[in-house]
Design a protein around this ligand. Structure first.
Ligand code: AGP
Length: 594
């Protein structure tokens, strides 16, 4: 997600636009730009990197009173000046937040235009210019956009020889701030709070025209609509969290949207799936490598890819893998996973693989990051900016991307048919439901937060999920926690189980369900406080003190629901222990040193 800001009023616009962008930098920071009207001309400045780069290269005191600005989180086109916003095509200058899904076909229809960037946004500017040439009236152009654009957008628009700001939204957030000094457009409240806390919330397909002294808002058919003026009570920090107490919780709640953003193109168009995944079926062996949660998600990927892809998968932590000699198969793939794309050990694995002439594929969140740039192929997840150190939404999107690979191979080997797409299409609604009522995870947190040691148990896929659940708990709550393969317990670790020791068992796969349940019986016999997270009722009430039931889904999608429950348990335990949830001690969001 990007951040857009605009101002028109009695005061110079650039200081307001820049400080607004600075408040939205948590949304994206790989390039920034402004467009402003000076001497009846539209002037554009844009720089790669943080907003401070842009600020250092423009004269904030310039006598312009109308302008728009943008801070970017790259989705289409790498971070570079050419791809940064604003984009000007013909008479139209825009800043855009969102993703246009049909931009490639639109581009073909707009063949009279020459495109200089790789972005979907420049195509929108060309479309508006074309419609404006036809209509000569923006009030006629804006209601027509929905006929052409598929996807999400919030747009700030300047038109040559026109001293107004136009704004429109569909799915991406947009507010209009009003004040004595002038009027604002913004992606979110933090951008205007320094000047006003009065704003209008723009709904889907509504648009607005901002003048120096007033704002007119129109409904989807272009009729003037009267809106309630809202007042934001609260700090900028609170606003950045969209009303959530912590970024971690905000990011947990963003999962329905970002998971669908990540997989929608694959499950709505099998050609795109085949195009992006082509050739994966030819590998004899895949090594999945990452650090921390990226390693853990690789363990889930192994279970799914081996099951549906008939390909042997090894999973390793990068800091070990990079110093180990490997025996590669003729057709060997190294798949590195990294949210930041900058983790030193994972980057080193990638570089060594390339030196060894081995094919590389990367699953990355940050567009244009080192790992993304250097890998032979990259599959981007679309988790957006992840601020909390403890990854949640990026992990889930990585899990879904690995599931996409397994699904592609399953279709290739006819283990699956395209009805599998429906399993994915219902995921966001199912996760919404889980997030509506988190009382069960709060109760579990209450049961365990005072304990020093907490164990997660599971077999196969469930064990892999337990690894991540345990790391989440450790990271944010500072409780000592370990995940164990349930069958391994009797070979030593069960000696740690005593009266009241919390043991959280994950049981989702039918073929090992009763095996794991019998291991749970063993820890209960030693007095463990047993919590079971499962997708089927457990008849024997003796084996659990608390049961968390999740919907029983296809194993290509079910894991994400389980891990969200575990993310919430970790969050609520950390909250009860009054931990610094977003910035846990001793940890950094991206580990760029060895
Ligand atoms: C996870 O919550 C941690 N922040 C950490 O384990 C992280 O997964 C690891 O450092 C890898 O980071 P990356 O995905 O950016 O490479």
């Amino acid at each position: 997600m990007c951040g857009i800001v605009g101002y028109i009023g009695k005061e110079k616009c650039l200081p307001k636009i820049i400080s607004g962008l600075e408040s939205l930098e948590y949304r994206g920071y790989d390039s920034a730009g402004v467009a402003y009207i000076i001497d009846e001309k539209i002037k554009i400045n844009k720089e790669q990197g943080r907003i401070s780069n842009l600020k250092d290269n423009i004269n904030l005191d310039i006598g312009s009173y109308i302008g728009i600005g943008h801070t970017r989180w790259a989705t289409h086109g790498k971070p570079c000046e050419l791809n940064s916003h604003p984009h000007k095509v013909g008479k139209i200058t825009i800043v855009h937040n969102g993703i246009i899904e049909n931009y490639e076909s639109l581009k073909k229809d707009l063949c009279e235009y020459e495109f200089i960037s790789e972005t979907d946004s420049e195509v929108v500017a060309a479309l508006i210019d074309k419609l404006y040439n036809e209509e000569q009236d923006m009030l006629k152009v804006l209601p027509r956009l929905k006929e052409f654009l598929l996807g999400s957008y919030a747009l700030g628009i300047l038109v040559d020889n026109d001293d107004k700001i136009y704004a429109i939204r569909k799915d991406s957030p947009l507010i209009i701030g009003v004040s004595e000094l002038g009027n604002f457009i913004a992606s979110d409240v933090p951008a205007i709070l320094q000047y006003t806390n009065l704003y209008y919330l723009i709904l889907n397909n509504e648009f607005a025209v901002l003048n120096r002294d007033d704002v007119v808002i129109y409904d989807k058919d272009g009729k003037v609509s009267t809106k309630n003026l809202l007042t934001f009570e609260g700090s900028r920090e609170a606003a950045m969290k969209n009303g959530y107490e912590h970024f971690m919780l905000k990011e947990i709640y963003e999962q329905p949207k970002v998971i669908m953003d990540t997989i929608s193109e694959y499950i709505t168009n099998v050609d795109i799936l085949k195009e992006k995944m082509k050739g994966l079926e030819n590998y004899e062996e895949i090594d999945i490598v990452g650090c921390g949660s990226a390693y853990h998600v690789g363990l889930v990927g192994k279970a799914l890819i081996e099951k549906y892809g008939h390909i042997r998968v090894n999973v390793d932590i990068a800091s070990e893998y990079r110093y180990t000699d490997h025996i590669y198969k003729k057709k060997h793939l190294i798949l590195v996973i990294s949210q930041s794309g900058e983790t030193a050990d994972t980057l080193a694995v990638l570089r060594k693989a390339k030196e060894d002439g081995i094919d590389t594929l990367a699953i990355v969140n940050v567009v244009g990051s080192s790992i993304a740039r250097e890998a032979d192929r990259v599959l981007y997840i679309k988790a957006g900016v992840e601020i909390a150190v403890a990854t949640t939404k990026a992990y889930s999107c990585q899990l879904m991307m690995l599931s996409m690979i397994a699904m592609y191979l399953g279709l290739h080997y006819e283990m699956l048919d395209e009805s599998i797409f429906d399993e994915y299409k219902k995921l966001d609604k199912l996760i919404d439901k889980i997030l509506e009522d988190t009382s069960d995870t709060k109760i579990v947190a209450e049961m365990i937060y005072k304990n020093k040691d907490v164990f997660y148990l599971g077999r196969k896929l469930d064990y892999a999920l337990g690894m991540e659940a345990s790391l989440k708990l450790k990271e944010v709550s500072y409780l000592h926690s370990e995940a164990y393969a349930a069958g391994e317990l009797k070979h030593g670790t069960i000696s740690l189980i005593e009266e009241g020791t919390p043991v959280l068992s994950i049981i989702t796969e039918d073929d090992i369900r009763f095996k794991t349940l019998s291991n749970v019986k063993e820890v209960c016999a030693r007095g463990a406080l047993s919590i079971i997270i499962t997708n089927e009722e457990v008849q024997d009430k003796e084996v659990y003190d608390k049961l968390i039931l999740v919907p029983k889904l296809h194993d290509l999608v079910g894991s994400v629901i389980v891990i969200i429950k575990c993310q919430l348990i970790a969050y609520y335990v950390a909250k009860l222990n009054k931990c610094d949830i977003d910035k846990p001690r001793n940890l950094a969001k991206s580990v760029t040193v060895e």
